[in-house]
Design a protein. Structure first.
Length: 360
C-alpha cells in the first residue's frame, strides 16, 4: 500500500529531515534530537493549554492535541514532533473504561483476568471498515493532519504502547511496580494471555496505521514494562504481539523505533520483533548497545534524565559522551534514556538541543 499523495513523505516536505536520515543509517549534517515526553508538565504553555480538560479529553480534541504536539517543536527546535496522545487512547476509543489519574497513570474500571473478560472486550474491526473503532480513530487522524500541516519540514513520530505494556495495565487495572499479576497470568493461563495480547496488538497496530496514513513519518513502539521479563518469557509471550503490531505498518515506508525502559537485556529480541531502529535506555552505553546488535541498526538515546538537574558542565559532558558513543552506531538519534521528568527546567533541554546541533 502507498501513502496518500498529501503525506509529507510523498510531497517531499520531510525529504531533508535529519531524523529520517539518521533512521536510514545515514549521517545528516547534524544529529537529530527529540525528547520522549517533550510535551507535558515541564512546559508552562502545556499546563496553560491543558487547564480544564482531562488528559484523555485533550488527546481526543484534535486542535488541542495538535497544539500540544507543536509546543516543544516551536520552543526547542527539536528535530521531530512526537504525537501528543497516550498509550491507552486506543482502549478509550474502543470503549474500554479507562482514565488517566493525575500523578498515577492509567486506571481501568474492570481489570482483565479471565477468558470471559477478554471475550467481552469490544471488537476492533479492520483498518478502514468504518466500524466503531475505525470511526473513533477519526479524532486521531484529524489531530495528525492538523499537526503535520503546521510542522512543515519537521517529521511527526506516531506511537503506540506495545501489546505487553498495554496488557499489563489491563490485567493489573492500574500501574504496578513489578507487573506480577500480568506475569502470573502469562504463565498460569497462557491462553487468556495470548487472547488478550492478540487484542492489544490489534489495537496498537490499528492506532499506528491510522497515524501513519494521516501523516506521521516514523513510529515508535513503547514497551515500557517489558524490562520486567526474562528474555525467554519475552520471546515466548510478548515478541509475537509486538511483531504483529509493528507489521501493521511494515508495508509503509516509515522507520519503526522500538523502546523499552529497563530493556537492555532484550535489545536483540526486541529488534527481531521487526524494528528498524532501537531506543536504548540510560543504563547501557550506546557503543555497547551497538555491539550487542552487531552494528545492524540505528540507535536512539540515551541521555540520563537524572543529569538534567545537575550542574550545566556535568550535563554537557554527559551529552558529549552520549554523542561520542552514539557515533559508533549506524545512525544516531539523540534522546533521553526515558521521558522528561515533570520538574525539568526547559532551559536545560534547550541547552541539549543547541549542543547537539552544534557538536553532533
Ligand atoms: O511528548 C510526548 O512524549 C507526548 C506523548 C506521550 C504521552 N504519553 C503523554 C502523556 C507518550 C508517547 C506517552 C506514552 C506513555 N503513556 C507511556 C510510554 C512511555 C513511558 O513513559 O514509558 C506510558 C507508560 C504511558 C501511561 C501514562 N500516561 C503514564 C504512566 C502517565 C503519567 C501519569 C502521571 O500523571 O504522572 C500518563 C499521563 C501522560 N501521558 C501525561 C502526558 C503528557 C501527563 C498528563 C498530565 O499532564 O497530567
Amino acid at each position: 500500500m502507498q501513502l496518500p499523495e498529501t503525506h509529507p513523505l510523498r510531497t517531499g516536505a520531510v525529504a531533508d529531515a535529519p531524523l529520517l536520515a539518521a533512521l536510514r543509517g545515514e549521517n545528516p549534517a547534524h544529529r537529530p534530537v527529540w525528547f520522549m515526553r517533550q510535551a507535558g508538565r515541564s512546559l508552562p504553555e502545556y499546563l496553560e493549554a491543558r487547564k480544564g480538560t482531562t488528559m484523555l479529553e485533550s488527546c481526543l480534541d484534535p486542535a488541542l492535541a495538535a497544539e500540544i504536539t507543536l509546543q516543544p517543536v516551536r520552543r526547542y527546535g527539536v528535530d521531530a514532533g512526537i504525537f501528543f496522545s497516550d498509550i491507552v487512547v486506543p482502549m478509550k476509543v474502543a470503549g474500554v473504561g479507562v482514565e488517566i489519574a493525575p500523578g498515577v497513570g492509567p486506571v481501568f474500571d474492570r481489570p482483565i483476568r479471565t477468558m470471559a473478560d477478554v471475550e467481552a472486550l469490544p471488537a476492533l474491526g479492520e483498518p478502514g471498515d468504518r466500524g466503531t473503532f475505525d470511526a473513533g480513530l477519526d479524532a486521531i487522524r484529524e489531530a495528525v493532519r492538523l499537526t503535520v500541516a503546521q510542522l512543515g519540514s519537521t517529521p511527526l513520530i506516531g506511537f503506540a504502547g506495545a501489546p505487553f505494556t498495554l496488557a499489563a495495565y489491563m490485567v493489573e487495572g492500574r500501574p504496578s511496580r513489578d507487573h506480577l499479576g500480568a506475569r502470573r497470568l502469562m504463565i498460569e493461563a497462557p491462553d487468556v494471555w495470548d487472547a488478550l495480547t492478540a487484542w492489544t496488538s490489534a489495537a496498537a497496530g490499528l492506532f499506528l496505521r491510522a497515524q501513519v496514513l494521516a501523516g506521521a513519518s516514523a513510529v515508535q513502539l513503547f514497551d515500557s514494562w517489558a524490562g520486567s521479563l526474562a528474555p525467554a518469557d519475552y520471546v515466548a509471550h510478548c515478541q509475537p504481539g509486538s511483531a504483529a503490531a509493528l507489521s501493521a505498518v511494515a508495508d509503509l515506508p516509515v522507520p519503526r523505533i522500538h523502546f523499552a525502559a529497563h530493556g537492555s537485556h532484550l535489545l536483540r529480541p526486541m529488534a527481531d520483533a521487526g524494528a528498524t531502529a532501537m531506543g536504548v535506555d540510560y543504563r547501557l552505553p550506546l557503543d555497547e548497545a551497538s555491539r550487542i546488535l552487531g552494528g545492524d541498526l540505528p540507535l536512539q538515546g540515551n541521555i540520563d534524565p537524572a543529569r538534567l538537574t545537575a550542574p550545566v558542565e556535568v550535563l554537557e559532558a554527559h551529552v558529549l559522551d552520549v554523542l561520542a558513543r552514539g557515533a559508533e552506531a549506524p545512525g544516531h538519534v539523540v534522546n533521553l534514556g526515558h521521558g522528561v521528568p515533570p520538574e525539568t527546567d526547559p532551559d536545560m533541554l534547550q541547552r541539549i538541543v543547541d549542543l547537539v546541533h552544534a557538536r553532533g
